[in-house]
Design a protein around this ligand. Structure first.
Ligand code: DP6
Length: 418
């Protein structure tokens, strides 16, 4: 570990996207290794709108491993963090930088402690898969720092041990998590089905739904489902395998009708399995149900799906529109029923704000003037305040190194968060 005075800090920074499943992962066959009962498929969201950024640092002067999330120190003692750290350290390779004189031998990585600082560019409290982006970013960035040579598939199976859905955030575009069969989990990893440029017409609108209710965590919710739901076995063994094949075909052929049908059906079955759990788990609320009804009626009136919906372990709606024109029409319908509470439209829709212009919504007056969606039977009731805000996004790329040192979250001299 020859280094100038032993006082150096070596750092790496990375950014990883979040993902949303269109075929859901729900239920583990191994709790410790995080091995699922079925395959799942997701779309990766644009990291400009939803991602985690993580800086990891090592220094001979650090007495212990430490982590800060969104500026607040959190404990690294949990088994999931420990698994990720252990698996990456095992694969660390020799590192040498002639410029700084820092040299770390393979066996020395075990003795060096890490400082980790991470932040999400979206509110953690919004209930939007923050652990997926977070663990993917931790594993990716540690891998870069420790000169790990393994491919992304191998990294995905390490991220999986942090949080199952995190393994799918190692790739952009459309991603499949293959459940695998082996007891040691070595064949349970993510593969990319197609990159983010393959089907770039799709537009994603997320309705962040207001909720005061404390939700059951995915981890404990799916444990209860595995223990008590008779439906889960049928879903995992019979329904999902054929849906995965259909979904792969739909993605390959950019067949929106099939993509939307399978996505909606799988979200609904995931929530049915939650209801089949004892005690039952309710993730969706009245607002979620209203959004489903709006989309179902519109799709029905058009004769072919315009929009797909999917809901994770919470009330937020993720809506995937077949193209930009459809997304603009969708936004008009959503804004009609869920107008903003104050006059500021630009904080009511974040991400790709250009969609507001496409929908002809330049001011609150434009929202007030929207006509009732003709396909709805009782169009007059509105639900102001039931949606906190919308995010407009698209498919995005996988993890990237952030080379600009100014964007590092750790100070290169003190080794502490900036
Ligand atoms: C509903 O990956 O958060 O979002 O593996 O216990 O950390 P753990 O669970 P997590 O579960 C995600 C469940 C889901 C569906 C999905 O993303 O596939």
């Amino acid at each position: 570990m020859a280094a100038p005075e032993g006082q150096w800090v070596l750092m790496a920074t990375g950014r990883s996207p979040t993902n949303i499943a269109v075929i859901k992962y729900w239920g583990k066959r191994d709790e410790a290794l995080i091995l699922p009962v079925n395959d799942s498929i997701s779309v990766t969201l644009d990291p400009d709108h939803l991602s985690a950024t993580t800086t990891v640092a090592v220094s001979p002067s650090f007495p212990s491993d430490r982590m800060w999330l969104n500026g607040k120190e959190i404990s690294l003692s949990g088994g999931r963090f420990q698994s990720c750290l252990r698996e990456i350290r095992k694969r660390a390779c020799e590192f040498e930088d002639e410029k700084t004189g820092i040299k770390i031998k393979k066996e020395d990585w075990e003795k060096l402690h890490v400082h980790i600082a991470s932040y999400n560019n979206f509110p953690t409290a919004a209930g939007l898969a923050s652990s997926a982006a977070g663990f993917a970013c931790l594993v990716f960035t540690l891998g870069k720092l420790m000169n790990v040579k393994e491919d992304y598939g191998e990294l995905s199976s390490i991220a999986r041990q942090g949080s199952g859905s995190a393994c799918r955030s190692l790739y952009g575009g459309f991603v499949k998590w293959c459940m695998g069969k082996k007891d040691d989990g070595s064949d349970s990893f993510a593969v990319q089905l197609a990159d983010e440029t393959h089907w770039n017409d799709l537009v994603i609108i997320i309705a962040v739904v207001s909720s005061k209710q404390k939700e059951t965590s995915s981890t404990s919710g799916m444990r209860d489902t595995v223990e008590t739901s008779p439906l889960l076995q049928y879903r995992a063994q019979t329904v999902v395998p054929s849906r995965v094949l259909k979904m792969e075909e739909a993605i390959k052929n950019q067949d929106f009708e099939s993509f939307a049908k399978v996505t909606c059906a799988d979200s609904n079955q995931f929530h049915a399995v939650c209801l089949d759990t004892s005690p039952p788990i309710f993730y969706m609320n009245d607002t979620s149900h209203r959004i489903i009804s709006l989309v179902e009626k519109w799709n029905h009136s058009e004769g072919t799906p315009q929009v797909a919906y999917t809901f994770d372990a919470g009330p937020n709606a993720v809506l995937i529109a077949r193209n930009r024109k459809t997304a603009a029409l969708l936004l008009q319908k959503l804004m009609y029923y869920f107008p903003p509470q104050d006059k500021d439209l630009s904080s009511y829709l974040v991400g790709d704000k250009l969609i507001l212009g496409d929908a002809g919504l330049h001011s609150i007056e434009d929202v007030d003037a929207l006509p009732a969606p003709p396909e709805m039977k009782i169009p007059d009731q509105k639900f102001k305040g039931d949606v906190s805000y919308f995010i407009c996004s698209r498919l995005g790329a996988g993890p990237k190194v952030v080379a600009d040192e100014n964007q590092a979250l750790i100070d290169s001299v003190t080794g502490l968060p900036k």
